[in-house]
Design a protein around this ligand. Sequence first.
Ligand SMILES: [Fe+2]
Length: 312
Amino acid sequence: MASLAQSETDFSALPELSEDIFTAPLKRPDHLGLDWVEPAQADYGAEDDAIWDELFARQLGVLPGRAASAFMEGLDKLDLARGGVPDFGRLSEELDALTGWSVVPVPMLIPDHVFFWHLANRRFPAGNFIRTRETFDYIQEPDVFHDVFGHVPMLTDPVFADYMQEYGRAGWKAMRYNRLKALGALYWYTVEFGLIEEANGIKAYGAGILSGPTEAKFAVEAQSPNRIMLNVDRVMRTDYVISDLQPTYFVIESFEDLFRQTVERDFDRLYRSLAPAFTYANSAVIDVDNVVHRGTQEYLLRGGRGSGAPAV
Ligand SMILES: [Fe+2]
């Protein structure tokens, strides 16, 4: 069976990044080591904890019936409702006992190769700050609420936890072919904006959907977006929107199916055949698609974010 990662790659220490790999240059703050992990979690005050609690309560008003059961169970398993920004030490202990993962605090942005390396070692890098009241509804940079509330509950699911580790290992292969954009699209349409078929309908498991106030309803119920069964080759050729609701969501049958589709793919062959730019627009429906719902794209056609177009 083909593997995502080259078996000779050793992830016990941060592997050397060769010069012919093109990544965004980020200046490492002086107080951080090569792993970019902060020496300690930020000291959150009462106002920060209040913001966390309000965000948490708002999401709990929207997510039951729309979030994947694995996510809702993960919230319970980690007792994330106990109030205030969670302590990463306690969270990591509980997560380690469940699936061997931990959570480490990092600055807002870290380099791709460091991010992949942490995932390959079952460490989830989480933003070391929380949004303010001014950015309560929408922030582009992932803060601790997005990272911990949105991502960490899914890491309690054993199969999804394995997928995330494989994704990190796959990152190093994508870098060797300079196809990070394509692998980024896979992350976007699964880890951030993925949907899953459950016995009682389509639910959301992507952190970008689960950590925001609007997108859960839009992704799961609205007529506007396309919902298409996941095909890894197709997704890795598809453009995506960073600052607005998605015109298209991809649906998986199960986390086992997602893991299998990804691990069994011959990525060397795929990367050799991929163009550097995306082939498909983010709203496209193409011949090979297994379409669950063909969207009207009403939201997009009315102008999207900033136009006043209703999401649902
Ligand atoms: Fe995220």
